[in-house]
Design a binder for this molecule. Structure first.
Ligand SMILES: [Zn+2]
Length: 446
């Protein structure tokens, strides 16, 4: 081979193990990932990379597994500032007596900026490269994620009642449409529509949201069938289950992401499967709020695209998607009474490529394949708590936690190096977080 057949590229990552996600269920050894610009140029054996590529930077990861960055499909990032503020309470008490009053008192543009940055710091450190957000001041969240270089689906909130972000549905929808116009087509930011839940959004605004989604292609994300109470109340008031109501309105399509889905009959599952809507499973929030259990295995068998999210840090109480994936795999087995339900590889697929599919970006994200965007993470398996290694995929789901993530790149840009964040000033962030905690603690004491 002569010198002129050698291709120049930017970054080469030499990985002890590599889980590309595509093809499914594969663990490769001694692989090199070549990054050129924002994209993956090649995923090839190390010896072949020696012959074919010359890169300006080489990262050797001799004890690590390299895989695509995780996609956290549901959360309320800035709620990280409420982490641990109100625990051990049922959903409606938690919302009515604690979260909604605290939001009314504290949520502002600065709260959103600081809380979102705290959430991004935690997510980046634990392997997430793309997250979905549904919260107030989405324009700030979009700008923060873009400035940090983190990929985000930013759902603007839609509710029947006024909040700090607007006077009611009409204002939310007009501000939301402006957000969609501003960011549509952006590489990092995916603007979307976030009707809070069937019980907080009436038919009129929901129909307008569906129209806006049809016109712009923006995704709709909604909390749905989160608790038995939600379903029973809807049947009493409207004579039908929330899923039926949404289906009749035309809200369920392959642009829709249904979050939670713990209360599902076989006919609910068939209805959702038939529409192509995606499901976001948030097991730890469901467990902590005693909401119920999402039948993950049944949903996957029915052909539904099942993704995973942490929900906000106030109901979890962390944003570690590896830990969430482990919980999902464990819960799926108990719910299905089948230890084979939601295998380690299925769980990893759920946390990567399935998320990409729900975002409509499965051709660009969610697996390590040449031509896709370079959203990559590395996890160090040399620590005693994950030794010895027989099967890295098993370890990632059943033994690991997100803090073993040492490196991450988004669009080929390093975000975490040797466990340190490269683009967030952590000491400065911690000062601002301490300031908020002081104010919130004082209010709690009054
Ligand atoms: Zn939520």
């Amino acid at each position: 081979m002569t010198a002129d057949t050698i291709t120049a590229a930017d970054i080469r990552i030499n990985a002890r193990w590599l889980i590309p996600i595509e093809p499914y269920g594969v663990v490769l050894e001694h692989q090199a990932v070549i990054i050129q610009g924002t994209k993956i140029a090649a995923v090839i054996p190390v010896a072949q990379a020696d012959r074919e590529f010359r890169t300006r930077e080489t990262i050797n990861l001799p004890h690590h597994v390299v895989m695509p960055g995780l996609i956290n499909m549901h959360g309320h990032a800035a709620m990280s500032l409420f982490r641990g503020m109100a625990d051990d309470l049922p959903l409606m008490t938690w919302l009515n007596d604690h979260i909604w009053p605290a939001e009314g008192r504290f949520v502002s543009e600065q709260f959103i900026a600081d809380g979102t940055q705290l959430a991004m710091a935690e997510m980046l450190r634990t392997g997430t490269t793309t997250f979905s957000d549904m919260y107030f001041f989405p324009e700030i969240v979009a700008q923060m994620a873009h400035d940090t270089g983190m990929r985000a689906q930013v759902c603007f909130p839609l509710l029947d009642f006024p909040t700090v972000w607007g006077s009611g549905p009409d204002e939310y929808l007009s501000k939301g449409e402006a957000l969609i116009d501003e960011w549509r087509g952006d590489d990092y930011i995916m603007p979307a529509i976030g009707p809070h839940a069937p019980y907080t959004v009436s038919d009129g605004p929901l129909s307008k949201a569906i129209g806006l989604s049809g016109k712009t292609g923006a995704r709709i994300q909604i909390h749905l069938h989160e608790t038995a109470f939600e379903v029973a109340e809807a049947i009493e008031k409207e004579g039908k289950r929330p899923i039926e109501r949404l289906a009749e309105l035309g809200a369920l399509s392959d642009r829709t992401q249904c979050v939670h889905m713990t209360q599902l009959t076989d006919s609910d599952i068939a209805l959702v499967a038939g529409t192509g809507a995606h499901i976001v499973h948030c097991p730890e929030s469901n467990l902590k709020l005693a909401s119920g259990l999402c039948p993950a295995h049944k949903l996957m068998e029915s052909g539904v695209n099942l993704t995973i999210g942490t929900d906000g840090a106030a109901s979890n109480n962390d944003l570690d998607l590896f830990a969430e994936t482990r919980t999902a795999a464990m819960v799926a087995k108990v719910v299905a009474s089948d230890a084979a339900a939601l295998s380690a590889h299925e769980a990893l697929h759920m946390a990567t490529l399935n998320g990409a599919r729900a975002l409509g970006r499965e051709h660009e994200l969610g697996s390590l394949v040449a031509g896709k965007l370079a959203d990559i993470i590395a996890i160090d398996l040399s620590d005693p708590f994950i030794q010895p290694v027989y099967d890295p995929a098993s370890h990632l789901v059943y033994s690991n936690h997100g803090r073993a993530v040492t490196h991450s790149w988004i669009n080929g840009v390093p975000q975490v190096q040797d466990g340190k964040l490269t683009r967030i000033d952590v000491p400065d962030l911690m000062l601002r977080v301490a300031g908020w905690a002081e104010k919130i603690r004082k209010q709690q004491a009054d």
